[in-house]
Ligand binder design. Structure first.
Ligand code: HSE
Length: 318
């Protein structure tokens, strides 16, 4: 082992995209986490430092930290001879539904793979990164980590065994994101998963299936209009809308500003809209979404971005 330090960038991601609960995910060009792994003495195990967005809210105990959990599992499974010092520079605000924990987990998996030349496939990297999600969500789910590893659009065809389909996004696709300034509890995702119905009617299943199938076709044929217009969910979103103050106003404002579709990003509370840049300005949609949150008494950070690539090594030092 001659590599002593690896730095990886990992993208924010948005899961579900409306009808695809735990199945659809997309990587965003911005924001990113930057994670640096440094080899240390094996006896020191895994040590974590966090700086940047919301750093104070993140546990530094490896098993309670998505990055730390992935590192400990990989050190154990591959019988690595070194310990690891992990520095996570958060560009993705935690607890907002933008795959912050998944990005750190994916970055560590990609970083360890590069540092120790393990030759892991994307699928194997996702399986390790998904184990990190337990630290924040209480259960493994692969939508965010798959998008954070592979980039662009991912579809989880099966969770166990893991089977994913990874597709490019249309070049005209832009995304408007609004992150309300709400303090979310550390177990926010677990709570947002607890409100999701365990049983659904055939009618709702048929509704969602139609939208999900159309969205997948939209990505396959590269049609942003089909993707955005299919961003509808009659199962999970109605149960979570009450957890997002201003949900109705944000939705209405985004559509009135020209968005093709709008939904809760992951487990929320952020909302994300799909825009065709040929016909609509994503920055204007984002501003309209902020007005929606403001009308409910909450300010929001908003931005426009595009689909992005997966995690990648930016630097390696010997
Ligand atoms: N699919 C997951 C959920 C994503 O909606 O609970 C959470 O980040």
């Amino acid at each position: 082992m001659s590599i002593k330090q690896v730095t990886v960038k990992a993208p924010a991601t948005s899961a579900n995209l409306g009808p695809g609960f735990d199945v659809f995910g997309i990587a965003l060009e911005q924001p990113n986490d930057k994670v640096t792994l440094t080899a240390i003495n094996n006896d020191d195990g895994v040590k974590i430092q966090v700086s940047g967005m919301g750093a104070k809210t993140i546990s530094l105990t490896p098993e309670k930290n998505t990055a730390g959990r992935v590192a400990e599992i990989m050190v154990r499974d591959f019988k690595l001879k070194e310990g690891l010092q992990i520095h996570v520079e958060k560009g993705i605000f935690p607890g907002k539904g933008l795959g912050s924990s998944a990005a750190s987990a994916a970055a560590v998996a990609v970083g360890i793979n590069a540092m120790f030349d393990l030759g892991l496939s994307n699928k194997q990297l996702i399986e390790f990164a998904a184990k990190g999600e337990v630290a924040s969500a209480g259960s493994e789910h692969a939508d965010n980590v798959s998008a954070a590893v592979c980039g662009n659009f991912v579809l989880i065809r099966s969770c166990n065994p893991l089977e994913i389909i990874n597709l490019e996004c249309p070049k005209d696709m832009e995304l408007a994101v609004a992150m309300p300034k709400i303090i979310t509890p550390p177990n926010k995702t677990e709570k947002a998963r607890a409100v999701v119905p365990k049983l659904v009617s055939l009618e709702k299943h048929v509704y969602n299936l139609g939208k999900a199938a159309a969205m997948a076709v939209g990505f396959a044929i590269g049609d942003v209009d089909v993707i955005g217009q299919s961003m509808l969910d009659d199962i999970v979103e109605p149960s979570r809308a009450a957890l997002v103050p201003g949900y109705d106003s944000v939705r209405e404002n985004a559509l009135n500003a020209g968005a093709l579709g709008v939904t809760i990003s992951g487990a929320g509370p952020s909302m994300i809209a799909v825009v065709n840049r040929k016909t609509c300005d994503a920055a204007k949609v984002a501003a309209a979404m902020r007005e929606g949150f403001l009308s409910s008494g909450y300010d929001a950070n908003v931005f426009a971005t595009r689909p992005g690539k997966g995690s990648y090594v930016v630097e390696m030092k010997q």
